[in-house]
Every structure is written in C-alpha cells, then in structure tokens.
Design a protein around this ligand. Structure first.
Ligand SMILES: C[S@@+](CC[C@H](N)C(=O)[O-])C[C@H]1O[C@@H](n2cnc3c(N)ncnc32)[C@H](O)[C@@H]1O
Length: 244
C-alpha cells in the first residue's frame, strides 16, 4: 500500500509540469508553457526552426536516437507527440513498406504539416492521428513500439494517457521515452526551468502503469536528455492497478 500511495503522490505532485525542448504549441496542449513569444496561432515555420535545428540535441543526435530505439522492418510504431514529424519520417524509413508509423499529436496543424511532408516526400507508411489529452486514440494491442520524445512532461494527466499507451501496445511491445534530465539543485537553462521532475520519478510512474524497465542505452550526442526503454509484459494480467 505504502509504495502505491507514494507513486500516486508522485503523479499528483508533478501533474502541473509543462514545457520541453521548446514551448508547447497550443494553449490546450500545455497550459503553463512558456509561449509568450508565440502568437495563439501556431507558426509552423517557427516550430520547424525550433525543433529541427542543430542546437537542439534531439535533432543533432537523431540518427543515434533512432538506432537506440531499435526498430525492425515491418514494425508498427506510435510516435506520440509527433510535432513536426521529425522522428516519424525517420522511423518510416526504418520500418519499410510493411511497417506503419502513427504520427499522433493533439495539435491538428502539426498533423497537417506531417501529412504534407510525407506526401511531398512520397512516404506512404505514415498516418497522422489526432489524439486527445487523455487518450492517444490508437486501437488496443496494435502497436509494436511507442516512442515519446520531449512530450511526456506536457501530459496533463500522465497516468490516464499512459494507460491508453499501454493498452495500444501489443504484449511484449516496447515503449521508448526520451526526456530532459534534471538533477536537484542543478542550474538549468531558462528554456528548461519549467521541467520539474527527473528520470527516477518518470521511471517509477511508468513502472506503476505496468511496464517493465528494459534499459537505458548510451546514445551518442545526448547529454541533456536520457533515453529509457520499457516493455509491456508478454503476459498481461500483471497487476498494474496500484493495489498491493
Ligand atoms: C516539444 S514537441 C516534441 C515533438 C517531437 N516529439 C520531437 O521531439 O521533435 C511536443 C509535442 O507534444 C505534443 N503534445 C502535447 N501534449 C500532448 C498530448 N497530451 N498528447 C499528444 N501530444 C501532445 C505537442 O503538440 C507537440 O507537438
């Protein structure tokens, strides 16, 4: 009981967090985002400049990140909080014609951008999916790999949305999470000052949902961010209710 209570508390304490490598794109996506320099309307050019720029390590180290995810030909992949489609487009190449990428986001303008980009590039295995803040809206037991980069801290209700991610993964499926790491007392750059929880808390939250921790591979070029991998158990029935 004690462990369950402390993990629930962790969810509650960190629930108001927002922010990421760049501010959230829409008010609904992240109410507390540092978006004073962005109009209510999304400026996609500005977002492309922010998310796909060499000074952002999730862009400069993208090939190493893709390698660490470890996709296989034919995989079905959920790119949750796909943004400009940076990773969806790279994953599309990795999984080949028999694979499929679900580029999921709650912001329709990003999905329009992804649809345009895939169309222009002749990429046919990416589907843009409009999710909700409490549901990734992907069918149950359908996806081999879920990828969440620079987005976990935007989730308003992480427990609820993570349960929908768990449900949509096939048994034995992989969850890969990339997040900004913070250490207590650390001096953070302004654009990260709103990220209020670190790796240990994130891992506890995800294990609480029922995922099993797999590993934290070394990713060349990632210094501010960490990448962790989890697995949905093969035999579902593991107790993830929080009760002991
Ligand atoms: C900083 S961007 C990261 C984009 C992409 N993953 C990358 O690393 O380049 C965060 C993205 O998360 C999306 N987002 C925020 N809350 C979300 C939610 N509850 N469900 C899905 N996407 C969400 C935003 O719309 C935005 O596209």
């Amino acid at each position: 009981m004690k462990k369950a209570a402390s993990i629930i508390l962790a969810f509650v304490l960190t629930a108001s967090c927002s922010g990421g490598d760049a501010p959230a794109p829409a008010k609904d996506a992240a109410p507390n985002a540092e978006s004073d320099d962005i109009d209510a309307e999304i400026n996609l050019d500005l977002w492309l400049e922010r998310l796909e720029v060499g000074s952002r390590e999730l862009f400069s180290a993208r090939e190493a990140v893709v390698e660490a995810v470890g996709l296989e030909e034919g995989d079905w992949v959920g790119d949750i909080g796909a943004g400009t489609g940076l990773y969806s487009l790279l994953f599309a190449e990795e999984v080949g014609d028999d694979g499929r990428i679900f580029a999921e986001d709650i912001e329709p303008l990003f999905l329009d951008l992804i649809t345009r980009r895939t169309h222009d590039a002749g990429v046919k295995n990416v589907t843009a999916v409009l999710g909700r803040t409490d549901d990734v809206t992907l069918p149950g037991n359908s996806v081999d790999v879920m990828f969440i980069a620079d987005t976990y801290h935007y989730f308003d209700d992480r427990e609820t949305i993570m349960r929908t991610i768990y449900e949509a993964l096939k048994p034995g499926g992989l969850l890969v999470l990339v997040e900004y790491e913070i250490s207590p007392g650390e001096d953070r750059p302004d654009y990260k000052s709103h990220v209020r929880f670190g790796k240990t808390g994130v891992i506890s939250e995800i294990e609480y949902i029922g995922f099993e921790f797999v590993d934290e591979p070394e990713v060349e070029g990632l210094t501010e961010n960490y990448l962790v991998r989890f697995r949905k158990p093969e035999t579902v029935g593991a107790d993830n209710s929080g009760a002991e």
